[in-house]
Write a new protein. Structure first.
Length: 91
């Protein structure tokens, strides 16, 4: 059994994905495009963090240390990718 260290991530892929999903939902509800545009660099950085976890089989691993691929994390990652695409199309 592993214990997650304080101030560490247990799932880089799904944290990034949940952030992108939340941003897309925010934009859908508020249409606050300037808010999104002003944060483009940060959004790209989060997207890059998520993409670094992508494996050659198309699935995402949760972190570089454990290299596990969890179904729920990959479902969230897929939703995060959809959120990102939504932001790019509307932004």
């Amino acid at each position: 059994m592993s214990i997650i260290k304080k101030d560490s991530y247990d799932s880089v892929d799904s944290y990034a994905a949940l952030f992108l999903m939340a941003l897309a939902k925010y934009h859908e509800k508020t249409h606050d495009t300037p808010f999104i545009v002003e944060r483009e660099a940060q959004i790209q950085s989060v997207m890059h963090a998520m993409e670094t976890m992508r494996c050659s089989d198309g699935l995402y691993m949760n972190d570089l240390e454990h290299r596990a691929k969890y179904l729920m994390d990959n479902v969230e990652t897929n939703a995060g990718l959809r959120g990102y695409i939504s932001l790019v199309e509307k932004g």
